[in-house]
Write a protein that binds this ligand. Structure first.
Ligand code: FE2
Length: 257
């Protein structure tokens, strides 16, 4: 839908209360068997589809998604409201009525509705990228101008270093770069940006919600974790516009993790 906004972001500061963030953080960090990088029970409860594909376990993702969603909604009940708010925000920020389109899960039985990204170790990688993972099911769409895709990230936990050097914060380029145009965005080294003219700083303060056109290049500023508590947690959902799917045969905003 071409009315949906592009090349822009919305930052809602203090969107989630410190109490909720702390409760989520505590629950997550005390259940690393469920949320960690190598998680138990088998096949990575709470892992994203793209993570599972990388691990060659996509069939496990489908098999466990329904269970994961139930767990998520039971233990983190505010999640449903966060997703609904983000969906409405995409529409209202596009100048449409907040209920102009249904905002529906891709398929609650086979896809997770949202999830947590954890960084439990120091993050050295300076990885400027666009978010095309939410479009994994629609490979051609990462090259198409008409694609509308959004990333929603809520900061739940920050590292202790952030106040000094912005480690863990986000920088985003106010330009929309489709997958076939990325060569022109990067220098010849293939990973640093050719220009910083359109680069903007976004504070990832605990509780902030950041919603952006997934085709805007962005980078998490590297950070160090010196002790257990210095970790980083964010809640993530991806949205994209679909005119019609088998599961939802009407124009809608689809979301999944
Ligand atoms: Fe990203």
């Amino acid at each position: 839908m071409k009315n949906l906004f592009t090349n822009d972001y919305v930052l809602l500061e203090n969107y989630l209360s410190p109490e909720i963030c702390q409760r989520w953080e505590k629950k997550i960090l005390s259940h690393l068997d469920i949320f960690g990088a190598d998680v138990e029970p088998a096949y990575g409860q709470m892992a994203a589809y793209y993570g599972m594909i990388e691990a060659g376990l996509n069939e496990s993702y489908y098999r466990f998604a329904e269970k994961h969603n139930k767990y998520l909604l039971k233990e983190f009940p505010e999640v449903a409201g966060v997703i609904a708010d983000a969906g409405r925000l995409i529409l209202s920020h596009s100048g449409l009525k907040p209920d102009a389109l249904p905002v529906v899960p891709r398929d609650k039985k086979y896809f997770q509705i949202g999830g947590f990204n954890l960084q439990l170790q120091s993050w050295d990688l300076y990885n400027i990228h666009t978010d095309t993972e939410g479009l994994l099911q629609y490979p051609a769409s990462i090259f198409e101008e008409k694609t509308r895709a959004y990333s929603c990230v809520v900061s739940i936990k920050r590292t202790a270093q952030h106040s000094k050097d912005r480690g863990g914060d986000l920088d985003i380029w106010r330009q929309r770069v489709l997958a076939d145009a990325l060569d022109g965005f990067y220098k010849r080294d293939g990973y640093s940006a050719r220009s910083n003219k359109l680069r903007e700083k976004v504070p990832y303060k605990v509780g902030n919600m950041m919603l952006f056109d997934s085709f805007m290049p962005h980078v998490v500023i590297p950070f160090k974790i010196k002790k257990k508590d210095d970790r980083r947690i964010s809640f993530v959902v991806h949205f994209n516009y679909r005119k019609h799917t088998e599961r939802n045969p009407f124009p809608h905003l689809e979301y999944w993790y």
